[in-house]
Design a protein around this ligand. Structure first.
Ligand SMILES: Nc1ccn([C@@H]2O[C@H](COP(=O)(O)OP(=O)(O)OP(=O)(O)O)[C@@H](O)[C@H]2O)c(=O)n1
Ligand SMILES: C[C@](O)(CO)[C@H](O)COP(=O)(O)O
Length: 229
């Protein structure tokens, strides 16, 4: 097993609106972060996990993962996702210096199926410098101006919705973060700026990012259906 997984989990969950850091919000009594870390470790291709937690919750996060029997290092996250990943990457390079494959996986995508994790790792191990799971667009997409008036209808056949885990050759991700000026909406975005090709594999609807109360309700229902098929 060559992959190290970085789990940005330091967000506040403003859009979820529960007043609790999102990664600590329970689904069926278990925090999202615990579901996410268990999913990574159970996939069978991840050897070490580093979680970036809200700075005030580092000790509590380490305790809840330990109680769940999950081995993971917990470091303080940063002001935005990019900063949280940067901190987790720095720690991972120190504790697992021989890692070749690095995954970056949102705690908020807590129910990502193992086959997606395995496909990303396999593609990087096969030689791709950067790999992201994607889904085709189900809806027509419009581009709008600042006033909300439509300015274009991009060809949706050429568009994809992007999920995590995103997988990288360790040297490529390290270089991307060293060159990063501003924050990016995803890690592959930083790699693209280096001119390095980013490959895609098929994502999965269950890898959805739990962002809103509606998403949380969907996640509860999906887990319920899995446990009571
Ligand atoms: N400073 C931050 C902000 C976000 N994240 C993490 O990045 C992932 C994707 O972010 P998002 O879903 O937007 O989470 P939040 O930032 O918590 O959500 P919101 O924007 O609604 O506050 C989440 O696992 C989140 O915990 C992080 O580690 N550090
Ligand atoms: C990385 C990501 O999950 C890919 O879709 C997404 O870009 C994170 O965005 P957010 O604004 O931090 O939720």
């Amino acid at each position: 097993m060559t992959a190290v997984a970085l789990v940005p989990a330091a967000g506040q969950g403003v859009r979820l609106g529960l007043g609790t850091p999102k990664a600590l919000v329970p689904v069926h009594g278990t925090p999202l972060l615990t579901h996410a870390v268990r999913g990574l470790l159970d996939a069978g291709c991840v050897r070490h996990v580093v979680v970036a937690a809200p700075p005030a919750e580092v000790a509590a996060t380490a305790a809840l993962l330990a109680e769940a029997g999950l081995a993971a290092d917990v470091v303080p996250g940063g002001a935005d996702r990019t900063d949280s990943v940067r901190r987790a990457l720095r720690h991972a390079l120190t504790v697992v210096p021989d890692a070749r494959v690095v995954l970056v996986h949102d705690a908020a995508r807590a129910f990502t199926p193992p086959e997606v994790i395995q496909a990303v790792v396999a593609a990087v191990e096969a030689g791709a410098p950067a790999v992201i799971p994607v889904l085709p667009m189900a809806d027509t997409v419009k581009q709008v101006d600042g006033g909300g008036t439509v300015t274009a209808t991009p060809d949706r056949a050429a568009l994809r919705v992007v999920q995590t885990p995103q997988g990288f050759d360790v040297e490529v991700l390290t270089r991307a973060y060293a060159a990063a000026g501003d924050s990016a909406t995803d890690d592959a975005g930083l790699v693209e700026k280096l001119g390095v090709p980013v490959a895609t594999v098929m994502g999965h609807p269950c890898a959805m990012k739990i962002t809103t109360p509606f998403d949380l309700a969907i996640a509860e229902a999906v887990l319920c259906a899995k446990r009571n098929p």
